[in-house]
Design a protein around this ligand. Sequence first.
Ligand code: IVH
Length: 718
Amino acid sequence: MSTEGSAVDTLTIEEAAAELERLAKEIAHHDALYHGKDRPEISDADYDALKRRNDTLEARFPELIREDSPSRRVGAAPSVTFSPVVHARPMLSLDNTFSQEDVQDFVASVYRFLGRLPDQSIAFTAEPKIDGLSMSIRYENGRLVTAATRGDGTTGENVTANIRTIAEIPNQLPKGVPAVVEVRGEVYMAKSDFLALNRQMEAEGKQTYVNPRNTAAGSLRQLDAKVTASRKLKFFAYAWGEMSEMPEDTQFGMVQTFKEWGFPVNPLMKRLNSVADILAHYDEIGLERPDLDYDIDGVVYKVDSLELQQRLGFRSRSPRWATAHKFPAEQAFTEVEKIEIQVGRTGALTPVARLKPITVGGVVVTNATLHNEDYIKGIGNSGERIRPEEHDIREGDTVIVQRAGDVIPQILDVVMEKRLAEAKPYEFPKTCPVCGSHAVREVNEKTGKMDSVRRCTGGFICRAQATEHLKHFVSRNAFDIEGLGSKQIDFFFENEDPSLQIRTAPEIFTLEKRQQSSLTKLENIDGFGKVSVGKLYTAINERRSIALHRFIYALGIRHVGETTAKLLARSYGTYEAFATAMKEAAPLSGEAWTDLNAIEGIGEVVARAMVEFYKEPRNIEVIGRLLEEVTPAEAEQLVTSGSPVAGKTVVFTGSLEKFTRDEAKARAESLGAKVAGSVSKKTDFVVAGPGAGSKLDKARELGVQTMDEDEWLALIGG
Ligand code: IVH
């Protein structure tokens, strides 16, 4: 529902928030056109009217002022035109740990993975986790050549000109450094500089900034490097990307080297030998935290030996050799104004608490997820009590809200003394609030337990499910179609004109053609315009060929996230092979079903969900139409060049003596092999240690090549 144009004083807080969001996006869009491309779509007067409306709304609802508000922007518009940089080595994130037990588990998992005994001590480093922006800075022959943001981990933005303005970062490294050096670390703004900047903004009658991190981010994303230069950004080096030569063989040694090369490194980094010492250092850093001139949100532990780091390797997004021990989240009190239900892509009814806006840890919080109806009652996912029975969450309750990092705010508890006499327990709807279909809690076939999530049974007839499906389809990790956001999907979905309607994914790709023969032109419709329509078609057409894993992920099969989609793409290679296998697996037995379940990382729940998906005629029909428009590419093999086991399927069985099972698996995968849990005709090698039994027999029966650990090592080159 649009509130555009309605008088500011009649808007509710939710409407105002939505309107401010819309204005921020719209003004940013016009700024980009104006500054970046010299091709404005609206008159100056219309642009000023948008800005004025934003200002009036902010004056009435100061608590709703957004971090990306147009009124906060200084200098050139934040640009969308930084060029992409593909990182030579991906920039990964860290796993989080929250308690002493988590840290003990982490350390134990390192010992277990490496097959070490507790008395074969492994050293760890412990250092503050800086709350800034990670940056990769590349030097060739000692000269700074590129600096890139993390981006999605694979591709970042080229912010070299801005990074050069940071005095602490050397432009030239000393003589004798390796030919290629990529130093990684955190760019941040000191608390004192942040406060000074805000004092200056206040004195000039301008809006102040929310926190140092966001200000640092905004300062870096300036097209005009002069603005960045005026912001006094700082840097800590703590990691590296590509290095043509390694100067040291420990984490600690590497960071000391960076220091010698002229980079600032954090003085609180220590090398320690036991969990007790690590935890003591965490406490120490926690005590110093208020006095540090930079924000930190935890302590990072890393295995010190680079050889061990290499053996430990990576999971899909994070290294096994490091973890971030987060400080406890910040909390605040506020009121639940309303409980609303959102219907998701899979029909899940998710309750959301609309809160009286409150600042928690420097950010305004207005919503908190309530997960499901049990959670509202104080019952956790395994049926356990998470709050006393009478602490159910009701509209009007005063609650404790917690926000940890980028996680969605949570309601921890209800303040019973403040409960209103008339407050009633929340009655969870039994029908879908969008389409009216029954909403049910399914019983899990395997466990016999009732699912905690209530789902709308409307399927495709439910507008919420259908539009969420489309939004997932165009989202960043799926088809990533720029210009088709949530608002546009809603518009096309609701449209009754056949030349403008999009109800299923294939229709995205027929839009341009349908428009050619239509009199109702998209470009004449408010909010589109000739330029943006042209761009939209380009963005759509660019996706007519697409990576297989993105295609599979975009289908929105339940339980199939990005990681699973990648596994499937790697295992089956082509879409045809994948789809055929899913159809053949329908009886939940036979070769196709066995192969599917043998893929490491695919469990039975996921396997069943895929088979179910391919049993639904409507899905087959939609995919059929989609394939007339779009071609999924063949999946690429991983790091394979020169690897003798690339693309091969390996099964490990029996006890291994040279490395642990996890390590063997990780190593094989890093060489491009697939590791399966059971032997079938598709298996290429079975590596059998002492005590191997039925799997070895099966391999012999099927004529699959078998070998012992040493032969395997010889094959992969040690
Ligand atoms: S190590 C492969 N060390 O935290 C892991 N990261 O959640 C490389 N961060 O993206 C990261 N302080 O931006 C590392 N001392 C520190 C850090 C740190 C802050 C950030 C970094 C990273 C994120 C991971």
